[in-house]
Design a protein around this ligand. Structure first.
Ligand code: NAP
Length: 361
């Protein structure tokens, strides 16, 4: 194992957990030493626990098959076996919040995909290319929790990953109003087509809680640290509609935006194509080489063709044009279980390690 950090996957049997396992199979910095899930999966090997629930298109990696799954609530035991954990579980918010805090208080940092701690003002919600600086809030959080090394960092909801990066590249023009309609894959609900027959030949105009998160979370990403808290930005005004479509992976968004200082179309494309990512992020193992890509073809990006751009870690845009009501409209796409979930989590952990927040116990 060398000097790799030991990591546990809490929720290892789920859709996002399985992505984590694939991404971490040969990771240069992290070695998976614990797989944990609910009591129903605990006590048997991962191969037995997962049975016919493996949802990835690549085979279940050999190295995990015979690991015995632990009960995610055995916090003390798991904390003794890892340097930090990734957490992606389907549990109610209160229980998730308490469980994540319990790990942090056992001096085990938590990189979370869950929404439970996203609204806590000393918990950073990271997209490392955009707001990595928010990691500094961890010091305030540790004081609140009374920990030396334990903390919680979260990644934002998968729905916002397609439109927040391209708008972030345009902040100098002061975006005022944003309307975003997202067309979201079924893997966002942890499902495959077999488990979601109601989506075949259908579109479902409701995803519980998604519009609230999609309108609120970008304001935390664009917020500032003041007096030990992340204070959310108070603009732009964002309104969204989140729709489930018959797609396995990839969330596409149709976005309309108005600015206080309207840029030209050429300026927008130039800001996207030349978006500067901090040096420290560029060197991370899972960082995309080119974060933002603009397609000039009218029929791109397409979910099926373009979701794996930059190994599913890049964001692609297209169809930028002037609008009669807003200043501009465009389409954008991100992979929801890679950039939007496990990939974003792994990149955040790499970033936190590079900044010195994650290290061996
Ligand atoms: P999922 O496929 O339903 O997996 C849920 C995981 O939680 C399983 O490992 C399950 O273990 C575990 N679990 C369920 N009840 C538990 C309990 N009482 N105690 C401990 N573990 C329990 O869900 P998912 O799609 O991977 O999503 C997981 C989390 O990530 C959710 O909070 C979701 O909102 C978030 N997220 C998902 C996506 C996405 O694209 N899918 C994107 C961003 C964020 P068992 O197998 O033992 O039941």
């Amino acid at each position: 194992m060398g000097d790799k950090l030991k990591v546990g996957i809490i929720g290892a049997t789920g859709m996002v957990g399985q992505r984590f396992l694939c991404l971490l199979e040969n990771h240069p910095w992290f070695e998976v030493t614990v797989l944990a899930a609910s009591k129903n999966s605990a006590g048997v090997t991962y191969k037995e626990a997962i049975a016919n629930r493996w949802k990835m298109t690549t085979p279940l990696p050999e190295k995990y098959k015979d690991m015995v799954v632990k009960d995610a609530f055995k916090v003390e035991e798991i904390s003794g076996m890892v340097d930090f954990v990734f957490c992606a579980i389907s549990l109610n918010k209160e229980q998730t919040k308490l469980l994540e805090e319990d790990y942090a208080k056992h001096e085990t940092p938590v990189i979370s995909n869950n929404s439970a701690n996203r609204n806590v003002d000393d918990v950073p919600m990271l997209i490392p290319e955009i707001n990595g600086v928010h990691a500094q809030i961890i010091e305030s959080q540790k004081k609140r929790l009374g920990t030396k090394r334990g903390f919680i960092a979260v990644k934002p909801n998968c729905s916002i990953q397609s439109y927040v990066p391209p708008i972030s590249a345009l902040m100098e023009y002061k975006p005022k109003n944003i309307l975003a309609c997202t067309y979201q894959a079924i893997s966002g609900a942890g499902k495959t087509f077999n488990e979601c027959p109601e989506i075949i030949d259908n579109v479902i105009p409701f995803i519980d809680g998604e519009e609230e998160k999609s309108e609120k979370e970008p304001l935390k990403i664009w917020g500032q640290i003041e007096s030990g808290k992340i204070i959310n930005a108070n603009s732009p005004i964002i309104t969204t509609q989140c729709i489930r479509v018959p797609v396995a992976n990839g969330h596409l968004a149709a976005v309309y935006v108005s600015f206080k200082n309207k840029p030209s179309k050429e300026e927008i494309i130039s800001r996207w194509e030349n978006f500067k990512v901090p040096e420290i992020v560029l060197g991370l193992p899972n960082a995309p080489k080119k974060f933002l890509k603009y397609f000039t073809e009218n029929n791109r990006p397409q979910t099926n063709l373009d979701r794996n751009y930059e190994n599913g870690m890049g964001i692609s845009m297209g169809r930028l044009r002037e609008d009669k009501i807003f200043d501009y409209k465009f389409v954008c796409l991100s992979h929801n279980t890679l950039r939007g979930a496990a990939g974003g989590g792994v990149l955040s952990a790499e970033y936190l390690k590079a900044c010195g927040y994650l290290n061996a116990k």
